[in-house]
Design a protein around this ligand. Structure first.
Ligand SMILES: NC(=O)c1ccc[n+]([C@@H]2O[C@H](COP(=O)([O-])OP(=O)(O)OC[C@H]3O[C@@H](n4cnc5c(N)ncnc54)[C@H](OP(=O)(O)O)[C@@H]3O)[C@@H](O)[C@H]2O)c1
Length: 356
């Protein structure tokens, strides 16, 4: 029996509020603070921010010093855009960071920013880790499936979904949606915005012992043939309604790892490949392995629509990793370094009670 892990939740958007809800419900974690980006939620109890039935006493703040003074062990970091200054403050204060925000290995960071992260985590003897659904669990499943192969030629992961219910207009526009497909530099901008997928490809290559000599990115934009109003954004006729692309890692002429997406938004687009409504995991080799991960509603699902399920699917691989990340040797740790990250059984085990 040990004391609960002291956790702060960083932002309370689509993913952050699912993480917040899970932290409050876990006996082995204690929610000690909540960071909110804007002014609107400052002073609001965490319970009201995530739909928890009783007040928690933890009120949201946008003051990092207030949060660090609470001496948290870990932070579930889910902002819209990650910020190196924030990560440095957290890591150098000894806070272990579990992120869904564009972090898998840190490989896409500039050398200067990565150096700042490394030095901060050394000063704080802390750990940084990133996961999610995709990248995240999808890569773990790819690595695990490769364990069935005598020979691995390529691990290919494709998020094959209709993103219309993912209400993060900024994220969607950054990935090209609703933009003119002929916008100069659009493909390169999508490459940069999605570069965390390249990090996850490199992680998988490393796991199967392939030393990549280069990464490439290819993308096809499909224009919508009619207008769609999604409420939180519109996809006008003629603008990007489909984005199909891969970050690929190569050893010579061999495409060893590919991580990408076949995304559509709106009602008027036909993607280059039929949607599979999930994460398609393929390992080519001896033998070929394939599975599709579907995220489906349980019988007791009461929320309107299914967007919340995808948000839980994205949040939990990060939140559930907190105990393993806190226990890990300090450093940059990846999904390939940690033991399997599991969820928690929905039963009360008296012997698992934690002593505050
Ligand atoms: N790996 C995966 O599978 C995966 C999948 C989807 C998303 N993601 C990533 O997870 C993160 C969160 O996604 P989300 O859908 O939850 O995003 P979101 O709801 O659009 O925004 C998250 C929160 O970020 C804060 N915020 C708003 N403007 C900001 C800004 N300019 N800079 C920093 N923070 C800002 C707000 O917090 P408050 O409301 O508390 O003020 C907002 O609610 C993103 O980085 C996204 O790319 C990962």
């Amino acid at each position: 029996m040990s004391a609960p892990i002291r956790v702060i939740q960083w932002t309370t958007g689509n993913i952050g509020r699912r993480s917040l809800h899970a932290i409050i419900g876990r006996p082995d974690m204690e929610l000690v603070g909540v960071y909110t980006h804007g002014q609107g939620k400052v002073g609001v109890d965490a319970a009201d921010l995530c739909g928890w039935p009783e007040p928690t006493g933890a009120k949201a703040t946008n003051d990092i010093d207030t949060l660090l003074a609470l001496r948290p062990d870990a932070c579930c970091y889910n902002p819209l855009w990650p910020n190196i200054d924030e990560l440095v403050r957290l890591l150098e204060a000894g806070v272990n960071v579990c992120s869904s925000a564009a972090w898998i290995t840190g490989g896409k960071q500039s050398p200067q920013d990565l150096d700042r992260i490394r030095k901060a985590r050394q000063r704080g003897s802390s750990t940084i880790f990133g996961s999610g659904a995709h990248p995240g669990i999808s890569n773990t499943v790819g690595m695990v499936l490769s364990g069935a192969c005598e020979r691995v030629d390529e691990i290919r992961i494709t998020e094959s979904v209709d993103c219309s219910t993912y209400e993060s207009a900024e994220t969607q526009k950054a990935m090209g949606f609703s933009r003119d497909p002929d916008t100069p530099g659009l493909a390169d901008s999508v490459r940069r915005e999605s570069e965390v997928f390249a990090e996850s490809a490199a992680m998988m290559a490393d796991a199967v012992g392939a030393r990549l000599d280069r990464m490439t990115f290819d993308v096809t934009f499909t224009a919508a043939t009619g207008d769609t109003d999604l409420g939180f954004m519109t996809i006008p006729k003629g603008t990007v309604g489909g984005v199909y692309g891969y970050h690929r890692g190569w050893v010579g002429d061999n495409n060893v790892v590919s991580v990408g997406f076949n995304w559509i938004m709106g009602e008027h687009v036909v993607p280059p490949k039929p949607l599979e409504h999930g994460h398609v995991i393929q390992v080519f080799g001896l033998p070929n392995m394939r599975t599709v991960i579907h995220c489906l509603p349980p019988q007791d699902w009461t929320e309107p629509g299914f967007m919340g399920l995808g948000m839980i699917y994205t949040a939990m691989p990060v939140t559930n990793a907190v105990p393993a990340v806190v226990a890990a040797e300090p450093g940059i740790v990846t999904l390939a370094d940690l033991p399997p990250i599991t969820g928690r059984a929905a039963v009360d085990n008296p012997e698992n009670a934690v002593v505050p």
